[in-house]
Write a protein that binds this ligand. Structure first.
Ligand SMILES: CC(C)(COP(=O)(O)OP(=O)(O)OC[C@H]1O[C@@H](n2cnc3c(N)ncnc32)[C@H](O)[C@@H]1OP(=O)(O)O)[C@@H](O)C(=O)NCCC(=O)NCCS
Length: 213
């Protein structure tokens, strides 16, 4: 990372981890954090990383400002970006130095990539994807935008926008996860999962209750 200030949206657990990754990656410029939880305001997220105030403050920054969105909820992350996308900000990738990303992988912007993540050559990661620790993205995986991948997942198929994948899930080749669906922790996905459902188990099946609108 560089010497320029970074504005970090989200001071919850993902914000904490993103700040830690920025520092591990050598960020020298100030990291300024924002969160709508007023009880956090004026406190320190990490030593030297102060929470400035609500997220609305970010909308008042100068064009060219560097902004990272560290909000785990995929829909909220998407909404925040759509409010900021016309402002002329830069959305860098926040990448831990212990992630291994092939130089032949295709990576967009605004992503947060944890230690232990491995991304193969020819894999595609879109924009504003969170890839949590020790998850792997195979050469045949195509991850669209605003996806949250939690720790220890194995991904070897396309994943559409807005998907949340629980810890330790495995997505086998030939499968796919449709837009905004949730895959439960520990699931093994061996067939295409449609959009807007929750799927759990081994092999993964759609839960009858709890369908998401
Ligand atoms: C799939 C998930 C979203 C479902 O949440 P939910 O709709 O609130 O479901 P509930 O907790 O009400 O459970 C409903 C039923 O599904 C079962 N179930 C829930 N999650 C399951 C999972 N991952 N695998 C297998 N069964 C699961 C429950 O045991 C329960 O079964 P029962 O009706 O026989 O008692 C959630 O359990 C999950 O796996 N979340 C991922 C958490 C995670 O990895 N977070 C990352 C932190 S970094």
């Amino acid at each position: 990372m560089g010497s320029k200030q970074i504005h970090l949206i989200g001071a919850g657990s993902l914000g904490l981890q993103a700040a830690d990754i920025l520092l591990a990656a050598g960020q020298q410029g100030e990291i300024l954090a924002y969160d709508d939880n007023t009880s956090l305001h004026s406190s320190e997220l990490l030593p030297g990383v102060f929470i400035q105030g609500g997220i609305d403050l970010v909308g008042k920054l100068d064009p060219g400002s560097m902004v990272a969105i560290a909000i785990a909820d995929t829909a909220v992350r998407q909404r925040i970006y759509s409010n900021l996308r016309q402002k002329g900000y830069k959305f860098p990738n926040v990448v831990h130095p212990a992630a291994v990303i092939s130089k032949f992988a295709h990576i967009g912007f605004g992503n947060i990539i944890f230690p232990g993540v491995v991304i193969d050559p020819a894999a595609t990661v879109g924009n504003f994807v969170v890839l949590n620790k020790n998850s792997s993205v195979g050469h045949n995986a195509i991850l669209e935008d605003f996806i949250t991948i939690t720790p220890n997942c194995t991904l070897t198929c396309p994943v559409d926008s807005g998907v949340f994948i629980g810890m330790g899930a495995r997505l086998l080749p030939g499968s796919r996860v449709g837009e905004n669906s949730i895959i439960g922790a520990g699931a093994v996905v061996n067939k295409p999962i449609p959009a807007n459902v929750i799927a759990i188990g081994v092999p993964a099946k759609i839960k009858e209750k709890g369908m998401i609108k």
